[in-house]
Design a protein around this ligand. Sequence first.
Ligand code: SF4
Length: 342
Amino acid sequence: MKDAKLWRNIDKAVECEVCERRCRLTIGNRGVCRNYANIDAKLVHVGYGLISAIESRPIEIKPFFHYWPNSTSLTFSGYSCNFYCPWCQNHHLSFTNPPEDAKRIPPHELVEKALKNRDEGLCSSFNEPATLFDYLLDLFSLGRKFNLYGSIVTNGYFTSRSIQELIDSGVDGFSIDIKGCPEARKAIASIDHSKIFSNARRIIDLGGHVEMVYLVVTGFNDFEECVDWILSKHLDILGADVPLHVNRYYPANVWRAPPTSLTTLLLIKEKAEKLGLNYVYVGNVGMEGLEDTKCPRCSKVLISRKNYRVTYFRLDEDKCPRCGQKILIRGKYIPEKMYSFF
Ligand code: SF4
């Protein structure tokens, strides 16, 4: 456990300032995510170092397509969540309270594992990184000293202060899920979806790299008004160069609607491209070409991917070799290496 960094006193309670839930906790109580508690009138990160999974994984699986292509990151997770989506693929982690009697893993152990495994970076994924916030600050600042990049896969519901802290600690890769729109009220109704876009904008303005992920959930966020809202916010707030991953949903947890139809996914991709988005991908369908990066100006294929690995990479530095168009890339391309997954 560790004293939390971001909180304030309000009316005999403490307010957690890690995410926009801004839970107000009286003594003895925990926040929505179960990882922060009011202990003796202070906010404490009770989930500090409680790690549910550790695995070396390709960065493309997050998905990140314009960030350290073909690298691997030591990927890890904690427990519980601040959203509780009924279709969560990782509900066995995100709907489970942190087991406080479990062994806590100090940040240096993860950094040592990443270096031993020849990973290029670290990634907080599988469950919502906000649940591990204070741990992440310590871990990513240590990782940076050993040239490990810092990345997270998140629902993007951080506060402005916590975004600044993450960036200062060395996180520069943010894969952000956009869950829905104001009209999608059937599930996770208390979320302000526009906050996710304004947070993504803030991250970009602070120098971070952002890729947006739109999991198209049948019966929740797949109707026309919602698609239009998400695409127009993306373009207006983030701009044409921020990648958009339009991903197929599969039934999971308690959401039993059928998987997203390929037609729906392709229509969204077409609409996004017509609006002017430069990098739109269709994920979780395994069809060749839908995860290729093409030059937005001359359409030359620049990067191909299969099974979350890069199979073809042709850029002159960060430019299209045919027409010279600048292509969004953060970090180095890592040629194939021998892995020692553990
Ligand atoms: S991090 Fe947890 S305790 Fe803090 S505001 Fe978010 S849900 Fe509440």
